[in-house]
Design a protein around this ligand. Structure first.
Ligand code: UD1
Length: 423
């Protein structure tokens, strides 16, 4: 079984460069399908989910070439083909292909998307929105067939904030006939990046970064080169590692302006920061203080993707902390693993109450999903002794090389194959 072995108990010291953003690049790769020609995506992280997205693009006869950190997508041969179901089912972002493919080739047959096991993750908002834009959708038990003769602009008011539905409707709208309005749109920086990419390619979008997007359909888009912004969630994960273990680290290229809710939460726990264009300096000297309440929310609130990492920091903070998860109903899956390491945590529906302890103990623990898995590695870094986090592949869906990054921050850790012993 693939795993990560961490020798914990050391303060962090050093610097590392933050990779390109997973949540920005996946919809942008889907958006290249809207463009006839060759797009160059720079600063494209080499992570599991990007490899799956590339495989999906290739299954539609796109040619995709990686040269270092740049991925070139040639879409001129785009054709209707069966998508490999393992890549569709492994990640939620495969649903992004729906809006783009309907715009380019008018029909799509696909299985329901997968992703981390953090909640029910329905796609009803995506499908309802597309129906309003002239798409006929037949649902089956394991997937659906969607078809349109012409996408038409429509008015959408999302009943609650959804990152995925906002992105999908945006992708469907840029080449649709007429005007589309998306109210109560998600305001995540990754949506602004998608708007930026599309606008540079010739789309007409007003309100990027706000909760009201107005998209006026254009006839076609043109090929461009685009640089993917740095990953605020990866930067936040290493910030949380410093909160856990103490020390002083510099996160090169960390997108500080997108990280304000995270920085504020960490400041309340006692961390100090220096923000600059070059990145983020994080200093944690004394033992961290508990946080009476931290609640996840859509942007600009505290991101659900950093809930597990901060929960881990709370386990070693002084006093009682409370974390409330408001986006997904099943996102406390790391709690049993943290308990094995000596953490004191009680779960009450979507709240967890954490009584901080001086130190965690190394253990063999299991990652079950991407962000929770990374948080367990952070727990290993603060724990006394050796920790083994199994199922490394979940973490590799979103982190290019977490061991390399942590080594640069002064933590001894390595990738290993952990033997599974039959009993
Ligand atoms: C969500 C997070 C995003 C995070 C990603 C991966 C928010 C608002 N979204 O994005 O920050 O990076 O997970 O962890 O923080 N929903 C429906 N029907 C739909 C679509 C969504 O009921 O058709 C519900 C979901 O179950 C969830 C909420 O809406 O409770 C937000 O989901 P959404 O933002 O769409 O999820 P992701 O795009 O995966």
């Amino acid at each position: 079984m693939n795993a990560i072995q961490i020798y914990g108990g050391k303060r962090l010291m050093g610097q590392t460069r933050i990779q390109g953003s997973k949540n920005a690049v996946l919809p942008i790769l889907a958006a290249t399908l809207l463009i006839d020609g060759t797009c160059e995506i720079e600063n494209c992280p080499d992570i599991g989910d990007v490899r799956h997205m590339i495989r999906l693009l290739e299954s539609m006869c796109c040619k995709v070439e990686r040269i270092g950190q740049t991925v070139k997508v040639y879409t001129n041969q785009l054709a209707h083909c069966d998508m490999p179901s393992d890549s569709v089912c492994v990640m939620r972002s495969s649903i992004m292909l729906l809006g783009a493919l309907l715009a380019r080739i008018g029909s799509v047959s696909m299985q329901y998307p997968g992703g981390c096991v953090i909640g029910s993750r329905p796609i009803d908002l995506h499908l309802q929105g597309l129906r309003k834009m002239g798409v006929t959708i037949e649902e089956r038990e394991d997937g659906f067939y969607a078809e349109t003769t012409e996408l038409t602009g429509a008015f959408h008011r999302l009943p609650f904030v959804s990152v995925g539905a906002t992105e999908n409707l945006l992708l469907a709208a840029v080449l649709a006939k007429g005007e589309t309005v998306i109210e109560n749109a998600a305001r995540e920086p990754e949506i602004s990046a998608l708007c930026d990419f599309l606008t540079k390619a010739g789309a007409d979008i007003e309100g990027a970064g706000t909760s009201r997007l107005i998209i006026r359909g254009v006839k076609s888009l043109h090929p461009i080169a685009y640089r993917v912004p740095a990953d605020r969630i990866v930067a936040g994960t290493y910030l949380a590692a410093c909160l856990c273990s103490g020390g002083e680290i510099f996160l090169q290229e960390a997108p500080c302006t997108q990280m304000q809710s995270v920085i504020q939460a960490a400041e309340k726990m006692g961390a100090k920061f220096a923000e600059s264009e070059e990145g983020l300096l994080v200093i944690c000297k004394d033992r961290r203080k508990a946080l009476s309440k931290l609640q996840t929310d859509s942007y600009p609130g505290f991101p659900t993707d950093l809930q597990s990492a901060f929960l881990t920091a709370m386990t070693v903070a002084e006093g009682r902390s409370v974390m409330e998860e408001t986006i997904f109903e099943n996102r406390f899956r790391i709690v049993p693993e943290l308990r094995k390491m000596g953490a004191h945590i009680q779960v009450k529906k979507n709240l967890v109450v954490v009584d901080g302890t001086e130190c965690l103990q190394g253990a063999v623990i299991q990652a079950e999903e991407l962000r929770g898995g990374a948080a367990l590695v952070m727990a290993g870094a603060v724990a006394e002794g050796v920790t083994i986090v199994t199922n490394r592949h979940f973490i590799e869906r979103g982190y290019e090389d977490i061991c390399f990054d942590l080594q640069k921050l002064g933590i001894r850790c390595q990738k290993i194959d952990y033997p599974v012993i039959d009993t």
